[in-house]
Design a protein around this ligand. Structure first.
Ligand code: BES
Ligand code: MN
Ligand code: MN
Length: 460
C-alpha cells in the first residue's frame, strides 16, 4: 500500500524538491541571509502541511533551526530526524554546466534513470526531503508506527556553531530513542552500505608575515625571506616521505583499528581503477601501509584548502609579497579531539617557522569524530531495511567526511545515530554539477519507512 502511494506521488515529490532546491540557502555568505531564512520558512510550512503536530522556527545567533514534533503514542519509540537545509557556495560558477539553483534532470552513466542537478541536490536537501516524503507516505497510508521529531538546521556547512546552544536549551524537547540522518553516502547503487563512522575536523587559517610592504624583488630579492617561499616550504614539511603527518603528537591518540575491523571494512568491493578514472587522476597516493579506502576514512589527514598571496593578476609583476596565507584542514579519527589537534598544529607551525618571518595561526571551526557500532538494534534495523529495498545486505562503510552533530548528540543527549545515506561519491557534493540520482531519491523514500518498521519491531 505504501509502495502504491509512493508510485502514485513520485512526480509531485520531485517537483516539490525542485522548489526547495531553487532557493539559494548558502549559509557561508551573509548576502544570502534572507534566502537562508526563506528556506527555513519553506521547511516550516512544508512540515506544517504534512500535518506534523507542532512545528516551530527558532532563531539563533546565526541561521534558524526548524523543529517539529509528531507524537502518536506514548509507548512508541521516537525517531529524531536530523538534516540540514543550508548548502555550500556554488563557486566556481563557470564550472557548472547548468545554473546551480535552476535544477534540471539529466541522465548520466551512473544514473541512467536520471539525476537532479543543483547545489544541495544530494547534500543535503534531496536526502532530507526523502524523510519528509517518507513521513507523508506513512501518515497517508496509516502506517506510521513511531513518534517523529524533526531537527533541521541551516548551519551545518559552516560548522553547526549554534546547534550545541540550541541543544542545551531544548534538551527535553529532543528526547528520543534514536537519531536518523541521511547525509552520507553508499558505495554504489548496486552495492548498498551503511556509514559506521565519520571523521572529525580541525580547520585553521595561517598567515606568514615578512616585510612590512610588498618589495621590489630585484632590489630586495635574495636578502629577504619571501613569505610565499617560506609558507610553501613549511607546508611541504607537514608530510614525511611515507605520507604521514609530521605535526608533533598528531598520532598520539589515534585509535588503530583491529585487523578484524580492517578486514570487515575491506570486505566491500572497491576498484582502484574506477576510483581514479572517476576523478581523473593517474594514480592515488597516501599514507604507507593503508589502502585507498582506509586512507580516506580511518586515517587522519592534513590538506591545504586554499593558498593565496602575492601577484596573481595578468602578466608579470616582480614583487616579494609582504604576506602569504593558507587555509588548512585536518580530518580526525576516533579518539583524537578537535581542540587538542588544533593546539598541536598551532605549536608545531610556530615551532617550524624560520626566524626570518612572523606566523599567525587562527583556528576556525572543528568537529569530533564518531563511530557507530554495528552491534545495535539501530544498525540492525537500518540493515534490514536496506536489504529489503536493495535485495542485498548492506556493507558497513566508514565515511571520510564530518557531521559534528553525531558525536555532540551522543555526548549531550546520550543518543545514538543511524547514518542511512543514499548519495554516491560521484554525486559531486561541494563541487560544481552536484547531483542526486532519482533512483537514490526514490529508494531512500522507500527504505526509510522500513527502518521505522524494523526499528519499532526490534525495540519491542
Ligand atoms: N554531508 C556532509 C558530510 C559527509 C558527506 C559525510 C559524505 C560522509 C559522507 C556534510 O554536509 C559536510 O560537508 N560536512 C563538512 C563538515 C562541516 C564541519 C563543515 C565536511 O565534512 O567538510
Ligand atoms: Mn551534509
Ligand atoms: Mn556538506
Amino acid at each position: 500500500m505504501i509502495n502504491q502511494y509512493l508510485q502514485d506521488n513520485k512526480e509531485r515529490f520531485l517537483e516539490e524538491l525542485i522548489d526547495l532546491l531553487k532557493i539559494p540557502s548558502i549559509s557561508a555568505d551573509d548576502q544570502y541571509k534572507t534566502e537562508v531564512d526563506k528556506t527555513a520558512d519553506f521547511i516550516l510550512n512544508h512540515l506544517k502541511n504534512l500535518g506534523v503536530q507542532k512545528v516551530e522556527k527558532f532563531q539563533t545567533a546565526g541561521h534558524p533551526i526548524v523543529f517539529g514534533e509528531h507524537i502518536i503514542g506514548e509507548n512508541l519509540p521516537t525517531i529524531l530526524v536530523y538534516g540540514h537545509y543550508d548548502v555550500q557556495p556554488p563557486d566556481p560558477l563557470e564550472l557548472w554546466d547548468s545554473a546551480p539553483f535552476e535544477p534540471i534532470i539529466k541522465e548520466t552513466e551512473i544514473h541512467p534513470e536520471g539525476a537532479i542537478f543543483a547545489r544541495g541536490a544530494c547534500d543535503d536537501k534531496g536526502q532530507l526531503f526523502m524523510h519528509f516524503k517518507a513521513f507523508e507516505a506513512m501518515v497517508k497510508t496509516n502506517t506510521l508506527n513511531c513518534n517523529v521529531k524533526f531537527l533541521i538546521e541551516g548551519e551545518e556547512e559552516v560548522g553547526s556553531v549554534n546547534l550545541p546552544i540550541f541543544v542545551d536549551e531544548h534538551k527535553d524537547n529532543l528526547e528520543a530513542d534514536v537519531v536518523l540522518v541521511s547525509d552520507t553516502g553508499m558505495i554504489a547503487n548496486d552495492v548498498p552500505s551503511i556509514c559506521t563512522g565519520l571523521r572529525g575536523l580541525s580547520y585553521l587559517e595561517v598567515e606568514v608575515e615578512g616585510p612590512n610592504r610588498d618589495l621590489h624583488s630585484g632590489l630586495y630579492g635574495g636578502a629577504v625571506a619571501n613569505p610565499i617561499n617560506v609558507l610553501t616550504k613549511m607546508i611541504a614539511s607537514l608530510h614525511d616521505e611515507e605520507g604521514r603527518i609530521t605535526v608533533d603528537g598528531m598520532y598520539d591518540d589515534v585509535l588503530e583499528l583491529s585487523e578484524a575491523d580492517r578486514t570487515l571494512l575491506d570486505g566491500a568491493p572497491f576498484s582502484e581503477e574506477t576510483y581514479c578514472n572517476e576523478i581523473g587522476i593517474p594514480k592515488s597516493t597516501g599514507e604507507k601501509g593503508y589502502t585507498t579506502r582506509e586512507r580516506a576514512s580511518i586515517r587522519p589527514t592534513l590538506d591545504v584548502n586554499g593558498i593565496w598571496g602575492g601577484y596573481i593578476g595578468e602578466g608579470a609583476k616582480t614583487v616579494i609579497p609582504s604576506k602569504a596565507h593558507a587555509k588548512i584542514s585536518m580530518r580526525l579519527v576516533p579518539n583524537q579531539t578537535s581542540d587538542k589537534i588544533t593546539e598541536l598544529f598551532k605549536s608545531h607551525f610556530e615551532k617550524i617557522a624560520p626566524d626570518t618571518v612572523k606566523v599567525n595561526v587562527k583556528p576556525h571551526h572543528g568537529g569530533e569524530p564518531a563511530v557507530i557500532t554495528m552491534d545495535s538494534i539501530e544498525y540492525k534495523a537500518a540493515s534490514l531495511a536496506m536489504k529489503e529495498t536493495f535485495g542485498k545486505e548492506p556493507f558497513p562503510e566508514r565515511g571520510g567526511g564530518s557531521i559534528p552533530l553525531v558525536e555532540m548528540f551522543e555526548r549531550k543527549l546520550g543518543l545514538k545515530t543511524v547514518l542511512l545515506g543514499f548519495g554516491l561519491d560521484s554525486d559531486a557534493i561541494h563541487s560544481p554539477n552536484e547531483h542526486y540520482g532519482l533512483f537514490n531519491f526514490y529508494k531512500g523514500i522507500e527504505t526509510i519507512p522500513l527502518f521505522y518498521k524494523h526499528y519499532a519491531e526490534l525495540k519491542k
